[in-house]
Design a protein around this ligand. Structure first.
Ligand code: ADP
Ligand code: 5GP
Length: 227
C-alpha cells in the first residue's frame, strides 16, 4: 500500500506532464528554470491551500514559508485585479489585463483559473510543473472553484481547506484588512457562506483560529505526506 502511494507520487498527473514555454513569465518573476523531465526523479508534492477570502490563507502561508523543515515554491498567480497598496508585482501576483489573461486561457497556459468577485485569477501551468518535475513541492493558494479543478486533474495533490473559527471572525478579518469596499466585502462574505460547505472535497481541513498554530498544523500535514 505504502509502495503504491510512493509510486503514485512518482507519477505526475497527466496534466502536469505537458508544458509549453512562457518565457515572458519567467522574466517577470525572475526565476531560472530548466525544462528537464526526468522520469527517475521523485516528483514534488502539489499542495492546494484553499478557503474563503479573508480566512487567512496568505497570512498562514507566509508563516509556513519560514517554519523549520518547510521548503516549497509558492505559485505566483496571474490576476486581472488591480494591485493593492503594498503588493509587489511578480511576488504577490502577476498583474495582467483582461485581454492578456484571455490569451493565456486560449493557449492552455493555466493549470486552473477562476472568476472571483469580478476578477480573474489563474495558476500559470509551466512554472508549477517545472518545479514539481524537479522534485520541489509547489503550493497553490487559490479559491474553491480553482481548487476543484486541480483536485479533479491531480488527484494525488494534497488539498487543504482553511476555515475560520466562525463567520463573525471571518467578517472581522475581511473588514480588518481594509482592502475592499462595502459592496465587495458583502459579495466576498456571501460567497464564503457557500464555500464553507465544500470542506468535504478536501483531504484535510484546518481551522485558522491562531495563524501560527494553523501554520504548524499544515507543516505537519505536509511533512507526513512525504512518508
Ligand atoms: P486570505 O489570503 O485568505 O484572503 P489574509 O491572509 O489576507 O486572507 O487574512 C485576512 C485578514 O485576517 C488579514 O488582515 C490577516 O491579518 C487576518 N488574519 C489572518 N489569520 C488570522 C488569525 N488567525 N486571527 C486573526 N486574524 C487573522
Ligand atoms: P484576492 O483578491 O483577495 O487576492 O484573491 C481573491 C481569491 O482568489 C482568494 O481566495 C485567493 O486565494 C484566490 N486566488 C489567488 N490566486 C488564485 C489563482 O491562481 N487561482 C484561483 N482559482 N484563485 C486564486
Amino acid at each position: 500500500m505504502r509502495e503504491e502511494a510512493r509510486n503514485l507520487r512518482k507519477t505526475p498527473p497527466k496534466v502536469c506532464m505537458s508544458y509549453k514555454s512562457t518565457k515572458s513569465l519567467y522574466e517577470m518573476i525572475e526565476i531560472e528554470t530548466a525544462f528537464h523531465y526526468d522520469f527517475s526523479m521523485e516528483k514534488g508534492t502539489l499542495i492546494i491551500l484553499s478557503g474563503p477570502s479573508g480566512v487567512g490563507k496568505g497570512t498562514v502561508r507566509k508563516i509556513l514559508e519560514n517554519l523549520e523543515g518547510m521548503s516549497f515554491y509558492f505559485s505566483v498567480s496571474m490576476t486581472t485585479r488591480a494591485p493593492r497598496p503594498g503588493e509587489v508585482p511578480g511576488k504577490d501576483y502577476i498583474y495582467v489585463s483582461k485581454e492578456e489573461f484571455d490569451r493565456y486561457i486560449e493557449k492552455g497556459n493555466f493549470l486552473e483559473w477562476a472568476e472571483f468577485v469580478g476578477n480573474r485569477y489563474g495558476t500559470p501551468r509551466d512554472i508549477a510543473e517545472s518545479y514539481l518535475n524537479k522534485g520541489v513541492d509547489v503550493l497553490l493558494e487559490i479559491e474553491t472553484k480553482g481548487a476543484k479543478q486541480v483536485i479533479a486533474k491531480c488527484p494525488d495533490a494534497l488539498s487543504i481547506f482553511l476555515v475560520p473559527p466562525s463567520m463573525d471572525a471571518l467578517e472581522a478579518r475581511i473588514r480588518g484588512r481594509s482592502t475592499e469596499d462595502e459592496e465587495t466585502i458583502r459579495r466576498r462574505l456571501d460567497r464564503a457562506r457557500s464555500e464553507l460547505e465544500l470542506a468535504s472535497q478536501y483531504k484535510r481541513v484546518v481551522v485558522n483560529d491562531d495563524a501560527e498554530r494553523a501554520a504548524k498544523e499544515i507543516r505537519d500535514i505536509i511533512l507526513s505526506s512525504h512518508h
